[in-house]
Design a protein around this ligand. Structure first.
Ligand SMILES: Cc1cc2nc3c(=O)[nH]c(=O)nc-3n(C[C@H](O)[C@H](O)[C@H](O)COP(=O)(O)OP(=O)(O)OC[C@H]3O[C@@H](n4cnc5c(N)ncnc54)[C@H](O)[C@@H]3O)c2cc1C
Length: 327
């Protein structure tokens, strides 16, 4: 494995932030391996996405701009990645640890008989060998896995862990030839989640609500407003999701998403172990709870004791004022 390929997810002409993180992680790994960094961008508006990628440390950007791919599911994306990997030669492929990233990465791995490591928080390169660090069992165990297949390997990196370096590389554009395959899947409808632009996995600030919210309104009202003021996303405990106050895509925890944002704000959430395992690696944890003895106080950096319905709107006001003052 010498070169490193970052698979780029994008929407409406912009790359996802977690894919930019994958690209920058690719640079670090490629420098250690003595190889080059490739990016693969396929689908509608891929040319615009590729142009923006030139601001990042990538050597070659492989582009397949085809609006029809937006309706063809995952297979054409895997085809694009595979054709780049076959021409680049032995490579580490880095995808974001998202639904699409894991799907593309694992299908590609099956085609080239490579190993896949998911939820990767560190990539070590030693003597030309790549090993991936990833937390398991809710973060209680940290594993380091090397690839047996030394030709290809896939790492799905956890969003918000790898730093972004806005340093331009050669950024050479290479057009990919479209596949002549007929794909068996057609995407009939693409339903946009109304809640937030960013998913909880990618947001740098996540404002989560729990049973203490008492109903669905705070999720579209005060929690949404606070998340929006920060430019973040709304999360939830399972209690809130099970009550039908917000969709499962927002759930943080053992049976939801595992996230590591720089700032996590838990509002009316007690901090059960099944919730904790999904957010314990957040850099800073703030809890807002009316109970001073709530379990989340044991692992939060800051506990604000009081009624969330009084605190959250005040906090939103302060965040907006601070942002306006620094605009
Ligand atoms: C197999 C399994 C998997 C699970 N997976 C998950 C998971 O993925 N994610 C998850 O979150 N849970 C999960 N759970 C459930 C978990 O055990 C807890 O039941 C759940 O996290 C509790 O949610 P909560 O903190 O919102 O509710 P509660 O524990 O009921 O806490 C509500 C909190 O709100 C506070 N509060 C109430 N009113 C206010 C107010 N006005 N202002 C401020 N604070 C207020 C209360 O003091 C309390 O601390 C799982 C459980 C099992 C068994």
């Amino acid at each position: 494995m010498k070169n490193v390929i970052a698979f780029i997810e994008h929407k409406n002409g912009a790359a996802r932030r977690s894919s930019i993180e994958a690209l920058c992680a690719a640079r670090t790994a490629a420098d250690a391996l003595g190889g080059t960094v490739h990016a693969v961008v396929a689908g509608p508006q891929a040319v615009a996405v590729a142009a923006a990628l030139k601001a990042y440390p990538v050597d070659r950007i492989h582009v397949l701009d085809d609006a029809a791919l937006g309706k063809a599911g995952i297979d054409p994306l895997v085809d694009a990645l595979e054709s780049v990997a076959r021409s680049a030669g032995p490579s580490l492929v880095i995808v974001a640890n998202t639904m699409i990233g894991r799907d593309v990465g694992s299908r590609f791995a099956a085609r080239v008989d490579a190993g896949v490591t998911a939820d990767v928080t560190g990539i070590d390169v030693k003597d030309g060998r790549v090993a991936c660090v990833s937390p398991k069992l809710g973060g209680t165990t940290i594993t380091t896995c090397a690839f047996k297949n030394t030709e290809y390997g896939v790492a799905a990196i956890r969003p918000n862990v790898f730093p972004v370096a806005a340093t331009a590389g050669a950024g050479e554009i290479a057009e990919l030839a479209p596949s002549d395959k007929t794909y068996s899947v057609t995407v009939e409808d693409d339903v946009e989640e109304a809640a937030a632009e960013l998913g909880v996995e990618e947001a740098s600030v996540v404002v989560s609500g729990g049973r203490g919210m008492g109903g669905p309104e705070p999720f579209t009202g005060m929690l949404h407003d606070l998340a929006e003021a920060f430019g973040g996303a709304v999360g939830a405990s399972r209690a809130a999701v099970d009550a039908g106050w917000i969709s499962h895509g927002h759930q943080v925890g053992q049976t939801g998403k595992t996230i590591s944002p720089p700032l996590y704000i838990a509002v009316g959430i007690s901090g059960a172990i099944q919730h904790k395992v999904g957010m314990r690696t957040a850099a800073t944890i703030v809890a807002i709870n009316k109970d001073a003895g709530v379990p989340i106080a044991d692992f939060a950096d800051l506990l604000v004791v009081g009624d969330a319905f009084a605190i959250v709107p005040e906090l939103t006001k302060l965040v907006r004022e601070a942002k306006a003052a620094h605009a």
